[in-house]
Design a binder for this molecule. Sequence first.
Ligand code: HMG
Ligand code: MG
Length: 286
Amino acid sequence: MFIPKEIEIIEVGPRDGLQNEPLPISTEDKKKLISQLAKAGFSRMETTSFVHPKWVPQMADCEEISSYCNELGITYIALTPNLKALERAIAAKAPQIAVFIGASNTFNKKNINKTTSESLDECVPMFERAKKEDIFIRAYISMAFKCPFQGDVSFDEVKYVCDRFVELGADEIDVGDTNGQADPKIVYERLARLRVLYPDTSFVGHFHDTEKMALANVVAAMQAGITKFDSSVGGLGGCPYSPGATGNLSTEDLLNMVSRMGIKTEVDYNELTKITPFAKSLSSKV
Ligand code: HMG
Ligand code: MG
């Protein structure tokens, strides 16, 4: 069994965890969560999205959250679904951005109102602009295994998006099991194939725990050589445009498992578990 010496855990709770919450969460509470997570040792977090507030009202305070993250001096990722979002992120001085495109065309249309191919076309000027500003680009392939609308997602659909991201020069490619329907077999096979096709690309695994297979999927992804994983404090999360998607992989579960396996991370488990009750208190679902 291949066990990496060290992995990076990217905490996505403040963004992916909270974006789907139906009741408004105060900006002050979001700031408190972010500062506590920074104290627990995460060197990178996803904290907000420059999306349209009508589409995702919970992220309407993205400018203020960015400004707070800049004050804290943390490295954070902000989601940018289109050029307008990127301009807002640049104005807010976000150090890292994430584009997110569904391998499933139907999902992409529901999520960002464009076909997969139209979204990839918009990435051309976005990548150029972000690179000029020296901004790190995370590129998500969402619904990379199964889709609640179309069912199975083929490897070729994933490869189609991945090819374009690699060609455009993404700094990392995040492979998302957005609705938590993947199992360890498909995760291993798909990620191993991607790693052979793109040996110089840095991949991230992003698993949801809908079917309680997220941890098993992490182990499968490690066998394929992946050493970066997203997770969400308290298991908060869900995607507003993916029916049935429940929480992200919980950071506590991930950290507990990898620590027992002797895998190093930069996060302090005791500090993290002190934050869990507060993080969960922000959610109406967990
Ligand atoms: P649209 O309505 O198609 O936009 O939304 P449009 O280009 O037609 O423009 C309509 C109006 O919106 C215009 O204003 C634009 O200026 C404005 P008007 O001229 O009518 O006054 N507009 C914006 N305003 C603020 N910020 C913007 C923006 N863009 C246009 N960025 C849009 C397109 C992408 C904005 C919309 O579809 C959207 O916000 N979608 C967000 C979806 C989202 O956040 N989903 C959850 C992300 S999670 C996910 O996908 C999975 C992931 O977590 C991975 C995983 O879990 O596996 C990443
Ligand atoms: Mg997610």
